[in-house]
Ligand binder design. Structure first.
Ligand code: ADP
Ligand code: MG
Length: 730
């Protein structure tokens, strides 16, 4: 019987002891990057010439010379074989979630009846995996199954187990990107070019601008045995039913609380693995919800940071199992408790400093600060709907606007000091701000900003895009997302804003305006222009939704319709003008997004229907029979009026059960009919819309009745582990 199983499983989960992780005598600084073919290893395994060329490739984006590819491959092979490696794989990021890899051995026939380990430059630089089973949105028909993967030398190769992992880009035979890395790298190139041109107004020596990303990865841990007893968690990553536990996060006692020992051992183990792979993990803490935690590294160059995030998500799942946990990366595994996000801390920097960093010595530093803030705001304002599209998914949609995460409206919080600074610049005249002091020295009346710009009290947790001192924090990104989607959109939008900024300033300079005056004039226009995107108030409030509508911000909440924003003329213009993606690529990607949305809902709806009909209804009917039996027996042994009185409560429950039951059975049938109707729609967009409008609502309405039943049915009989069992780790 279901009950026995559940109790056995819960019992087992609560008896678990922490896996011992011995404290290592080595320091993190000693094993950091141990399994990465970084510059230090290159120096050791390559000739001075090849090493120099590789440094140029890594630091300056120089193309990888094919003539040294063989030597680099050979060095890699020798290093990897010293670590016991036998296989290699091109590791890439297809448009599904996660990463993909195909392993091949180093071994080849040596022509003399034996084997030899081989790894050539050609294999390193290019592979032709069968691309037919990866989504391509119709870019290639499946009979043309060739796609190319090629090493991205700006992301170092690394070793996991017996395999040399080679981070690669993945493109179709016809040249279109089939992954996240290609457009991300193009976006990073675009923002480098545009930001360097603007930074040179202030610092003529600047040659390169780097985009940085520091992600904060939130996640849940659930005991593995409890997880296995929840088919919904196993198949969809979230609980499709389950009543709130009496205590969840209302006491706020989990956030920053003591980390349970079992969890701490998991974290320690994970961190050692991460550091060995060169991921600079630094921060770990409990999050708001019980069973929820966060991990954050020191920020890195965006392409590398994205790779590291993909790598760590896979590692978290693996290491968790070793500790008897399952790691849930879903944005909303549990209804009624906070979901998980992945705040993406973003900034631009030159080799000398961060362009969004406020304190500076000279008036030009201050003007540079205002410029990069305002042009970032312009990017976010012009493409607020598109930025929302870059983070939306069937799973993240549960989290947005749920009074725990940024609303489904993109706005930006600047804080008091920076807001006042922008207002000051906008309202002043040239004469007030610019004056020539002394002989030639220009003075700018822009107040400098104190170092501790924004302390924790001045943080607005409800803002999806908040300025936090020397960076913007894009908080709407989902916990299981590849943050490349958000980062490539943000960086392209900023590149576009900086390009037009540069064009407008240059036009004024060509008209004879001094540079500072030209910059100020454009900035003043832009500060007024971006006013609607600035919002420091409570993003969770209903008034904000109305206000945002009035301001013309994108307020759409339906995931399939939000995805439309990728194909808006201004979005296509942005991606094409910055050479990041073509309209054909955008179209193909949208098809994949709509299809993914539909598939997710289709699976959820099937699993949910199955759980209702095969798990819940039979158990509930059994329990109802027990109650009915009891009522009959009371009537047998007591006089009618007394029996009536004392069986009143049971009669009420019997009736309630019948009502909930008939609602569930009827609506599951309707949900199946809605699904069938939606499946008949050929157009992927229309089908996704049908799933959103006609299938998804059943998951909510039916769930309400299942959760009510959970409250009346005998705890011993309930077939699924409950929230109070899943959420609290002992
Ligand atoms: P929070 O207080 O927001 O939770 P955390 O310490 O958890 O902050 O994470 C902040 C993240 O932001 C870290 O990954 C950190 O390295 C990163 N970060 C700090 N400064 C910058 C910057 N200038 N650009 C990008 N990321 C940054
Ligand atoms: Mg944090």
């Amino acid at each position: 019987m279901a009950s026995r199983l559940r109790f056995k499983v819960v019992d087992e989960a609560f008896k678990k002891r922490p896996v011992e992780v011995s404290l290592r005598s080595e320091r993190p600084s000693e094993y950091f990057g141990k399994y990465v073919f970084n510059k230090q290893k290159m120096y050791q395994y390559l000739s001075p010439n090849a090493y120099q060329q590789m440094c140029d490739v890594i630091d300056n984006g120089a193309p990888l010379d094919r003539t040294i590819a063989d030597e680099v491959a050979d060095g890699m092979k020798r290093w990897a074989m010293d670590l016991g490696v036998t296989h290699y794989t091109h590791w890439f990021q297809p448009l599904t979630e996660g990463t993909a890899e195909k392993h091949d051995g180093f071994v080849e026939h040596d022509g003399k009846g034996g084997m030899v380990e081989q790894f050539s430059g050609k294999i390193l630089v290019q592979q032709e995996p069968d691309a037919s089973s990866f989504p391509n949105g119709g870019i290639r028909s499946t009979f043309e199954a060739r796609g190319y993967s090629a090493w991205d030398p700006t992301s170092p190769v690394f070793v996991i187990g017996d395999t040399l992992m080679i981070p690669t880009i993945f493109i179709a035979y016809t040249g279109e990107a089939l992954d996240y890395k290609v457009p991300l790298k193009k976006a990073l190139y675009a923002v480098d070019r545009a930001a360097t041109a603007v930074a040179q107004y202030f610092y003529p020596d600047v040659r390169k601008v780097t985009s940085n990303l520091g992600w904060e990865q939130e996640y849940f841990l659930v005991d593995e045995s409890l997880y296995s007893a929840r088919p919904d968690l196993v198949m969809t990553g979230r609980t499709l039913m389950g009543h709130d536990s009496a205590k969840n996060q209302q006491m706020d006692d989990h956030y920053f609380g003591a980390i349970p020992e079992r969890v701490e051992n998991f974290m320690r183990d994970l961190e050692i693995h991460a550091l060995q792979l060169g991921i600079p993990v630094k921060t770990r803490h409990n999050e708001v919800a019980p069973g929820q935690f966060e991990l954050a590294p020191i920020y890195e160059e965006t392409n590398l940071a994205v790779d590291h995030n993909m790598l760590i998500m896979a590692m978290m799942k693996r290491v968790a199992r070793k500790h008897g946990f399952r790691c849930l990366l879903h944005e909303k595994p549990f209804k009624g408790v906070n979901g998980s996000g992945k705040h993406c801390n973003w900034s631009l920097s030159t080799d000398t400093g961060i362009l969004l960093h406020a304190p500076g010595k000279t008036p030009l530093d201050h003007l540079r600060f205002v410029t990069f803030i305002v042009e970032t705001l312009r990017a976010v304002y012009d493409h607020n709907g598109l930025l929302k599209a870059s983070i939306i998914s069937a799973t993240n949609a549960h989290r947005l606007g749920a009074n725990e995460a940024p609303p489904a409206i993109i706005s930006s919080f600047l804080g008091r000091t920076v807001s006042q600074l922008l207002d000051h610049v906008a309202e002043s005249t040239d004469e007030q701000i610019l004056s020539v002091g002394g002989k030639t020295k220009m003075q700018l009346d822009i107040p400098s900003i104190p170092e501790l710009l924004i302390d924790n009290t001045d943080r607005n947790r409800t803002s999806p895009f908040a300025f936090t001192g020397n960076r913007f924090e894009f908080r709407a990104v989902g916990s299981q997302a590849n943050c490349a989607a958000a980062m490539l959109t943000l960086n392209t939008a900023v590149a576009e804003a900086l390009c037009t900024f540069r064009q407008r300033v240059d036009a004024l300079i060509a008209d004879g305006q001094p540079k500072e005056r030209a910059i100020l004039r454009v900035l003043r226009d832009d500060i007024r222009y971006v006013q609607p995107i600035r919002f420091d108030g409570n993003g969770y409030s209903d008034e904000w939704k109305q206000e945002a509508q009035r301001r013309g911000l994108d307020c759409e909440t339906s995931c399939p319709l939000i995805i439309d924003r990728y194909l808006d003329p201004e979005s296509v213009r942005m991606y094409e003008s910055q050479h990041v993606m073509t309209q054909a690529e955008l179209r193909a990607r949208n098809e994949i997004k709509w299809e993914t949305y539909t598939k997710k809902l289709q699976i959820e709806s099937r699993v949910f229907g199955d759980l209702c009909m095969n798990h819940i209804i039979p158990v509930v009917t059994n329990y109802q029979s027990v109650l009915i039996d009891n009522v009959h027996k009371l009537r047998d042994i007591f006089p009618a009026d007394k029996a009536e009185r004392i069986s009143g409560n049971n009669l009420k429950i019997i009736e309630q059960i019948s009502e909930h039951e008939s609602f569930i059975v009827e609506n599951v049938q309707q949900m199946i009919a809605a699904r069938k109707a939606a499946n008949r729609i050929a157009d992927p967009r229309e089908r996704a819309i049908a799933y959103h409008d006609t299938v998804a609502p059943y998951l909510q309405t039916i769930r309400y009745h299942v959760d009510k039943l959970e409250l009346v049915v005998d705890d011993e009989l309930w077939p699924l582990p409950k929230y109070r069992e899943l959420l609290f780790i002992r």
